[in-house]
Design a protein around this ligand. Structure first.
Ligand code: NAP
Ligand code: GLV
Length: 311
């Protein structure tokens, strides 16, 4: 099957490297900006596709993301509603994300920012310790990644709450909330808030002043969803007022983060360059082959999103 690579921001061929050789007997990779016929293209791999990208593929059936998130693909105006959008679901990605989130939760609990500052000034001073049991963590999003993060934090002794759109069963160690009333209830008990939502019309701008005001005073934000979830000015104001004590930010509305952005040098913000959990190229290749199989046998591809919901 011929598969087009479509991206305005990434060299997908270079990114997936030798994995393309592994699946070459099944998938013939073609570049989007080539000359030639497009009628036989039923599959594409995309990341930040240009606005008109899919106009040239009249018989396109599915587009594979190279990440868990698909927001940059579903936002593409030329993506027809009948085209399946497939995302990466990989337990190893969830495991890596969990490690990243745990790093920041424990960093907040054990006051590592203060210890780093003390070290810089040569200060030997023990700080009061807090048990994991005393640091409740709320997680926005209880999907493939949120479930793993919740389970691992609970295992470490943190009181864990999760919020989803629909009601979800949870183990005894995790308290589940859903819907707007559930969000208000969970925020009222959360000291650390982890954002693991997909970016949709409903979730855009959800990390705003109103939400921060509902959290416990002195709380901590771990933002690993998408940059557009966060209202930047509201975060700065919440840190300024002491409503929040700090934030770890991995994703930003404009990436790379602009050199002059105030987040870079803010003493209460940790910035990482959208690196919380890279997708394994093996998982992308496996997803592409499974999607090609589904197209050829007239099935819906595994891990195709609900286009109505947008995730
Ligand atoms: P997922 O399996 O699709 O789970 C999404 C969760 O969010 C579900 O629990 C869903 O609720 C909930 N949700 C969606 N819309 C909601 C709403 N309006 N109100 C309340 N809950 C809502 O997604 P995932 O694989 O866990 O990934 C989550 C996101 O993490 C991705 O979309 C991406 O943005 C981000 N991510 C970031 C990185 C990084 O490196 N920073 C890496 C990977 C992923 P239901 O269960 O009720 O459907
Ligand atoms: C990364 O941000 C992903 O969506 O996998």
């Amino acid at each position: 099957m011929r598969c087009a690579l479509v991206s305005s921001s990434l060299d997908i061929r270079g990114y997936l490297g030798t994995e393309f050789a592994r699946i070459a007997d099944r998938i013939e990779i073609v570049d989007h900006r080539r000359n030639g016929s497009d009628a036989d293209i039923s599959l594409a791999i995309a990341w930040h596709p240009p606005a008109d990208a899919f106009e040239r593929y009249p018989n396109l059936k599915a587009v594979c993301s190279i990440g868990a998130g698909v927001d940059n693909i579903v936002a593409c105006p030329s993506l027809r509603p009948d085209i399946d959008v497939v995302r990466i679901v990989d337990p190893l990605q969830a495991q890596t994300m969990s490690g990243f989130v745990i790093w920041h939760v424990i960093s907040h609990q054990r006051r590592f920012a203060t210890y780093l500052a003390q070290q810089r000034d040569g200060i030997w001073k023990r700080l009061p310790q807090r048990a994991a049991q005393d640091v409740p963590v709320g997680i926005l999003g209880y999907g493939e990644i949120g479930q793993r993060v919740a389970a691992d934090l609970a295992q470490l002794g943190f009181p864990v709450m999760v919020w989803s759109r629909t009601a979800k069963p949870t183990p005894a160690t995790v308290r589940g909330f859903h819907g707007p009333a559930g969000l208000a209830a969970m925020l009222g008990e959360s000291e650390v808030l982890v954002n693991l939502l997909p970016l949709t019309q409903e979730t855009q701008g959800i990390l705003n002043a109103e939400l921060f005001a509902r959290m416990r005073r002195g709380g901590y934000l771990i933002q690993v969803g998408r940059g557009e979830h966060l209202v930047d000015a509201d975060l700065l104001a919440a840190l300024e007022s002491g409503r929040l004590d700090g934030a770890a930010l991995d994703v930003f509305a404009a990436e790379p983060l602009a050199p002059a952005h105030p987040f870079w040098h803010h003493p209460k913000i940790v910035v990482t360059p959208h690196d919380a959990c890279e997708v394994r190229v093996e998982a992308v290749a496996t997803t592409v082959v499974a999607t090609a199989d589904a197209i050829q046998t007239g099935r819906r591809p595994p891990n195709a999103i609900d286009r109505q919901r947008g995730y």
